[in-house]
Write a protein that binds this ligand. Sequence first.
Ligand SMILES: Nc1ncnc2c1ncn2[C@@H]1O[C@H](COP(=O)(O)OP(=O)(O)O)[C@@H](O)[C@H]1O
Ligand SMILES: [Mg+2]
Length: 303
Amino acid sequence: MTAPAGDRAANGGASGERPLLTVEHLTMRFGGLVAIDDVSFQAADREITAIIGPNGAGKTTVFNCLTGFYKPTVGRLTLEQEGRARIFLERMEGFRIASVARVARTFQNIRLFPKMTLLENLVVAQHNKLMRASGYTVRGLFGFGYGREEQKAVEQARYWLEQIGLVDRADDDADSLPYGDQRRLEIARAMCTEPVLLCLDEPAAGLNPRESADLNALLTFIRNEHRIGILLIEHDMSVVMQISDRIVVLDYGRKISDGDPEFVRQDPAVIRAYLGEEEEEDLPDIVKQDLSLDGAGGAGAPS
Ligand SMILES: Nc1ncnc2c1ncn2[C@@H]1O[C@H](COP(=O)(O)OP(=O)(O)O)[C@@H](O)[C@H]1O
Ligand SMILES: [Mg+2]
């Protein structure tokens, strides 16, 4: 790992980067249930944008709309990159979103191939690239072009195994890894597809503090060195507050706050959503710490 963890200032803070993803008026209904209600936000290139909110707030549904699992009832989801035509994700077929729009995701539950080795998991992720190199023919599989691409795929896999510190376990089955390592392997696998936008659904869930710190370091490394946009759904406030450039807060399908971590941390609407109407003072210390309400971080005054 070459990038410093939690080094948000080095990235220029929460603004200044151009929008990579623009979500406008996103609405998703399931029958009578409105899971997302007219939500708009932007996520910038080279930034980590966190999406937080209580259970059932609609966070995963946002990802499902972005990655083509659901067709939004209403809304525009625009991916914009320098030198590339704009892509309207809501119009694109799901399977093309990963390969053409290059939006990658991980899931709330681990979805590795448990009985494949670490290396195999990372090479299989590059299937699209390899199939293109084969010209989609069996003969192509034995051609020079395919051999070269296969070599590159293995190198790419090795690179990511090095970044997550698991290169010496390359030939072990994925399910032999501790939970935290499996989580990071999933992120490595998503990175092997060379995404421009990486969507991570609760990657820190179930991690111990040490694993959580490793995850922070990995995400900061990806943002700083690979310079892509990251959308991060996360409950763990120690992860969110430390590494996010911007935070979007959802509650009952609506956006209730949006800004840099300092702003969101002190936004009364956010405090209410998380705490109900209770007084902050009545909360146990551990809950206050979790919400970073005790001022322990002490990072600057409200603006
Ligand atoms: N496929 C679906 N069919 C019906 N309801 C759904 C579906 N997916 C999500 N929901 C509902 O949408 C709401 C938001 O869910 P979700 O996006 O998973 O929340 P979060 O990830 O913030 O916990 C919940 O009430 C959930 O039950
Ligand atoms: Mg969810």
